[in-house]
Design a protein around this ligand. Structure first.
Ligand code: WTA
Length: 630
């Protein structure tokens, strides 16, 4: 399964295009299947309908855990590094992982959870979160993890959208020097959720919380008592493994559905190859399990490869910006996978925080979530990799399940800012606005994929039509990524960023429509338009233009504060705009369409080159907005 040279990569790539069924079936044979597949793939992007390893049956936890127990029972699966550096790190072996997951799976059954039920996981980055995901998969329940930084309102929306029966949470969580009341947020969210029968609560901070008698159950009163064996529920290859909500250019976040067999094969394969993983490596992906990177490269892919990986509860700057480097030296991390935003923020803290650390265990560095600018790439290369470690700039999405375009560590020659070449099995193409394929090199267009891969999205939960219109209807017979992309003279790909109304803030996707509807709930706001602008640390910042009721125009301080509060309540603090400008109107065409292009230019400070504004309903509004620029 592992690519051994650049020549081998090219050979494998060609095989994957010419004989995709043979290519993927050979890879799939490395896993444990309860029943083999009858056919490798069936697909039709028009519907869309995609199936992999058809009619096969399996349980992914058998592949993540059980099959390693023979040779690797005492190997460390996870090294848990707590938020507080004075608290001891904890090593969890595969045998211990098995015990915890089986006990929890039995407890879930006791609480009435069955195959196909949805379970919401709202937890900090602690081992219990991983046990929770795997325990669901063990019994065929479908997990939906909600990032701990989302508000009660966001939690309510997600729980209701997929009708979760159970929520797994903690009393509180630690984040840097702060303690966050997780259970209180769940209580608030559940006032509006009818489907939830129980809340399972693990104790992390020990803070006082309310427990509702018949609904809420403490983890330590039900889990430890269970048997440590729970027979795996065998599911169809296309049985949903999880639903993960992500923002798009319209409406509310949508539940991206990933299924079991294809996702397993794809994430495991990409991990093994992109990182050139070896058995003795210590892998550390810093993503939270609330995002897809956490699902695929903290939980599933490392376990599928019997890896040892670090799970970190805290933040890069607590207690100071040396924390990442200190953890790398402490646990001899060999593979470090993080986001450009973290690199830029640590870069801005100065070299004094990194030079005292040896970092000589590092072999491979990875980047994910947003384009990495050259300055950050060079800093990462020089100060973390000491100019001896390959950097894999991995491009992929929640919808793709795993890495799609990326160097293969130490095999693909890298180029700063380039995700380089597609992995075997991935057939990217660039198209113009009309969907015509752009051939050759030195071109730029919209990035699409023309052939299915095992880890791809199957549907958006409860609304298949939305999946079709978002990803498969823009261009006929293509999966549209929403990203712009260049292909250079070496046929290397460089992702240039979203071409839709999605903002990528610190590697997290935030939809402008979602933000605007949150802002518009404020009683003094008539309407709003949100755009992105370049931000030194976050990659993109959020700029909100808000039309305020005339009677309230003088109250800038008060209204901006209230808007920030509203967004924190409606979405969560990660979606707070960096700049808010109160305006009397927005630039609109005569048909009422907001000219975002102009707003974007103003936010970027490019006011000398706004293009034609004569078609606007009220061209003078542009001058007002420029004059009041933040
Ligand atoms: C962006 C995160 C440039 C891109 C795994 C994509 C990137 C969106 C890269 C998906 C990269 C991710 N270079 N841009 N290496 N990786 N992106 O769903 O715009 O949170 O569409 O998945 O992040 O974000 P998501």
């Amino acid at each position: 399964m592992q690519i051994t040279s650049f020549e081998d990569y090219k050979k494998q790539y060609q095989k994957s295009v010419e004989q995709p069924e043979l290519f993927w079936s050979e890879i799939a044979q490395h896993f444990t299947w309860h029943k083999p597949w009858e056919k490798v793939v069936e697909w039709d992007f028009k519907i869309p309908a995609v199936k992999w390893f058809i009619k096969a049956a399996l349980n992914i936890t058998e592949n993540c855990i059980d099959r390693h127990l023979k040779d690797n029972a005492n190997k460390t699966a996870f090294i848990f590094e707590p938020n507080n550096p004075n608290e001891d790190a904890q090593k969890i072996t595969y045998a211990q992982l098995s015990e915890q997951v089986n006990k929890l799976a039995n407890a879930l059954k006791k609480m009435g959870i069955k195959k196909n039920d949805k379970v919401c996981i709202y937890l900090p980055m602690i081992p219990d979160a991983i046990y929770a995901m795997l325990a669901c998969a063990r019994i065929g329940a479908i997990h939906t993890v909600v990032f701990g930084g989302f508000s009660a309102k966001s939690l309510t929306d997600r729980i209701n959208d997929c009708e979760c029966k159970l929520v797994i949470t903690s009393d509180g969580s630690y984040r840097g020097s702060k303690t966050i009341p997780m259970k209180d947020t769940v209580d608030e969210a559940l006032q509006y959720c009818k489907s939830v029968a129980h809340v399972l609560v693990t104790k992390r901070t020990g803070q006082s919380i309310n427990m509702l008698n018949s609904r809420d159950i403490y983890w330590d009163t039900i889990v430890p008592q269970q048997s440590n064996t729970c027979a795996p529920e065998y599911v169809d290859s296309e049985h949903p493994l999880f639903i993960l909500y992500t923002s798009g250019s319209t409406g509310k976040p949508k539940g991206v559905v990933h299924t079991t067999g294809g996702y397993m094969v794809y994430t495991a394969y990409t991990f093994l190859n992109v990182f050139q993983f070896k058995h003795s490596n210590i892998f550390w992906c810093t993503a939270d399990i609330g995002w897809v990177t956490g699902h695929s490269y903290v939980v599933y892919a490392p376990l599928l490869n019997a890896a040892t990986s670090v799970v970190f509860e805290g933040t890069p700057a607590y207690p100071n910006p040396s924390r990442f480097w200190q953890i790398i030296d402490k646990h001899n991390v060999s593979h470090f996978y993080t986001a450009p935003t973290a690199i830029r923020s640590l870069m801005s803290s100065g070299l004094d925080y990194i030079t005292p650390y040896k970092l000589n265990s590092i072999q491979v560095l990875g980047s994910v979530g947003e384009p990495i600018n050259e300055e950050a790439w060079h800093w990462y290369n020089k100060h973390v990799g000491k100019e001896r470690c390959p950097i894999v700039d991995t491009w992929w999405q929640t919808e793709t399940g795993g890495i799609m375009i990326s160097p293969i560590a130490a095999i693909t020659p890298t180029k700063p800012g380039y995700a380089t070449l597609p992995l075997p099995g991935i057939q990217p193409i660039l198209v113009d606005e009309k969907g015509n394929e752009l051939y050759g090199s030195n071109i730029e267009g919209n990035l699409c994929i023309k052939f299915p891969w095992p880890g791809m999205i199957r549907t958006t939960y409860g609304d298949h039509e939305r999946c079709r219109t978002t990803y498969f209807a823009t261009y006929a017979n293509l999966y549209f990524t929403g990203d712009g992309c260049k292909r250079d003279k070496d046929n290397y790909y460089r992702i240039t960023g979203r071409v839709d109304d999605v903002i990528n803030v610190s590697g997290h996707r935030i939809g402008t429509a979602e933000l605007e509807s949150a802002i518009n709930t404020h009683p003094s706001i008539v309407e709003s338009a949100v755009v992105a602008f370049p931000h030194d640390i976050k990659g993109q910042g959020i700029y909100a233009y808000c039309v305020v009721l005339e009677s309230n125009r003088q109250k800038y301080e008060q209204i901006t504060k209230e808007i920030l509060k509203t967004i924190t309540k409606e979405i969560g603090p990660i979606a707070k705009p960096d700049k808010i400008q109160l305006v009397t109107n927005l630039p609109k065409t005569r048909s009422g369409k907001i000219m975002r292009r102009i707003l974007r230019k103003i936010a970027e400070g490019e006011i000398s080159n706004l293009g034609d504004t004569s078609t606007l309903l009220d061209p003078l509004i542009v001058n007002e907005i420029i004059a009041g620029r933040k």
